[in-house]
Design a protein around this ligand. Structure first.
Ligand code: ZN
Ligand code: ZN
Length: 134
């Protein structure tokens, strides 16, 4: 599978019983399949935060991104929540989710200040991000 952001080859990584695809040595983003999102827990998410990123890899936020699973399907950029602080990329067809490098910890910032209860995977990622020192 190709990275939707920088076209590097994604690498599978197991973390706490789930398998996600990371852009190791590329832009440092992480792809979650829909079913993996439901299995995210704080420990496995924290494990994922240490994706090695190439500092010279440029990521263009304005270019359309294609789903690594669905041919020709462009990811939809949408707000992570109604707070409108973090933008994420989600595939309208398969429901997979792309997080750019750094979005993980921004989700944590957002959830920390939020009054509403987030979906389970969001809470897990936020907890995990809280444990990570970048
Ligand atoms: Zn990448
Ligand atoms: Zn898709």
């Amino acid at each position: 599978m190709k990275c939707p952001a920088c076209k590097n080859s994604l690498r599978e990584k197991g973390a706490g019983g789930m398998t996600v695809d990371i852009c190791y040595g590329g832009c440092g983003g992480i792809w979650f399949d829909q079913r993996e999102l439901q299995r995210v827990d704080a420990r496995s998410a924290a494990n994922l935060h240490t994706v090695w990123r190439d500092p010279n890899k440029e990521v263009k936020l304005t270019e359309p991104r294609v789903c690594p699973r669905c041919p020709e399907q462009v990811l939809e950029r949408r707000w992570f929540s109604e707070q409108k602080l973090v933008e994420i990329d989600q595939c309208p067809t398969c429901g997979g989710l792309w997080l750019d490098e750094g979005e993980f910890s921004r989700i944590h910032q957002e959830v920390k200040g939020a009054k509403v209860a987030p979906p389970g995977w969001v809470a897990a990622m936020a907890q995990a991000a809280a444990q990570v020192r970048v």
